[in-house]
Design a protein around this ligand. Structure first.
Ligand SMILES: *Cc1c(COP(=O)(O)O)cnc(C)c1O
Length: 368
């Protein structure tokens, strides 16, 4: 089925095949007589759905045995509280601020622990990444927080830092909401990764947490039971009712991802390859153009979220209207940054980026 190309930053486009399968199964999941929304989370049908989703995710992201996968609720913003509630022990935590999302994490943490600003790119208007060697890491931090892809500013950490090599024993916590499953994760450098599903995995309502086992069981006494990672882990993400339909949709997306394998490349490696090609196409076009501008330093440009500006901002509305007329949707930039933003998640095919670039070229020519 041909649909418009949807560049939303989130909730974002999902693979058409996934939506079609969900449509087929909406009233009767595999002959059970029930839709997934209508089943008990403790019944054998849903138990098989969540088990398959976890197994597929572990395979896709090569999650090691000593990490637990938790299906939670509350989104990335709730994790800004849940992480310090579970990991900080009320002590120090280091924050690397690289854009709006890590800025929010840093602020929220002060309710639960002593956040320390280890590095910031605010002076560069969040368009660079402070080199890990320059981070002022604390000797006794309980964890180091890093947003590995800043969805609003379009800044991505292409190689996760090795904190041990930087003299820190603290676990690295990454907010990978907006690039999870777009590339592989080096778990040897990560203690905990969290992300809302609505960017690259499925619908809103599901929050994925992947946490190293030794970090469980240290929650502050004020931590809500439903947000205590150990309680969630001990109950197989069923301490409270999990977001069953969102887990099912994410599970269908994992199955779709597994079908994207190419030759000797794993599914995620194949996605990374395609995501790089998609991003290179758009950045390459923007950089040679006289009308469009991306302000992020080349070594930390996001492959998922590409903010760009028209040098003549009076043309913004005309640009968006023309895009919409050609089936190129949701290109308006975040209100805090302005301009445009194209999000190129896994579900965006190369053809969508080609269509966008063709439109941008045509629009630029009509301005001349
Ligand atoms: C979208 C996003 C969030 C916030 O997610 P919510 O589900 O709205 O809480 C946090 N971090 C990053 C990197 C995001 O892209």
């Amino acid at each position: 089925m041909n649909r418009p190309y949807n560049f939303s930053a989130g909730p974002a486009a999902m693979p058409t095949e996934v939506l079609q399968q969900a449509a087929i199964e909406i009233m009767d999941w595999q002959g059970s007589g029930m839709g997934v929304m209508e089943m008990s989370h403790r019944g054998k049908e849903f138990m098989s759905i969540i088990a398959q989703a976890e197994a597929d995710l572990r395979e896709l992201l090569a999650v090691p045995e000593h990490f637990r996968v938790l299906f939670m609720q509350g989104g990335g913003l709730a994790e800004n509280a849940i992480v310090p509630l579970n990991l900080s022990r009320g002590g120090l935590a280091d924050f690397v601020v690289t854009g709006s999302w890590s800025q929010k994490s840093f602020k929220e943490a002060s309710k639960y622990c002593l956040p320390h600003l280890a590095a910031s790119n605010e002076a560069d208007a969040h368009t660079t990444l402070p080199a890990p060697g320059s981070w002022q890491l604390s000797a006794n931090a309980q964890y180091v927080h890093l947003c590995s892809n800043e969805t609003i500013h379009g800044v991505e950490v292409h190689e996760l830092p090795d904190l041990k090599a930087l003299g820190s024993d603290a676990p690295l916590v990454i907010d990978f909401s907006s690039h999870v499953a777009s590339r592989s994760v080096d778990w040897s450098r990560v203690g905990l990764a969290f992300g809302g599903a609505q960017k690259n995995l499925g619908p809103a309502g599901l929050t994925l947490v992947v946490v190293r086992e030794d970090l469980l069981g240290h929650a502050l006494s004020i931590c809500p039971s439903a947000f205590d990672y150990k309680t969630v882990a001990d109950n197989g993400s069923m301490y409270n009712t999990p977001p069953t339909y969102a887990i099912y949709m994410a599970g269908l997306t994992f199955q779709w991802l597994k079908r994207q394998r190419e030759g000797s490349l794993s599914a995620v490696a194949a996605m990374e390859h395609r995501n790089t090609a998609k991003a290179d196409l758009l950045y390459g076009f923007i950089d040679q153009s006289q009308l469009y501008l991306n302000k992020v330093a080349k070594d930390c440009r996001s492959r998922m979220n590409i903010p760009f500006f028209l040098r003549d901002e009076t043309r913004n509305d005309a640009f968006l209207a023309g895009a919409k007329a050609r089936g190129l949707l949701q290109l308006k930039g975040h209100k805090s940054v302005g301009g445009m933003r194209a999000s190129l998640y896994n579900a965006m095919p190369l053809a969508g980026v080609q269509a966008l670039v063709a439109y941008m070229r045509e629009f630029e020519q009509t301005q001349a």
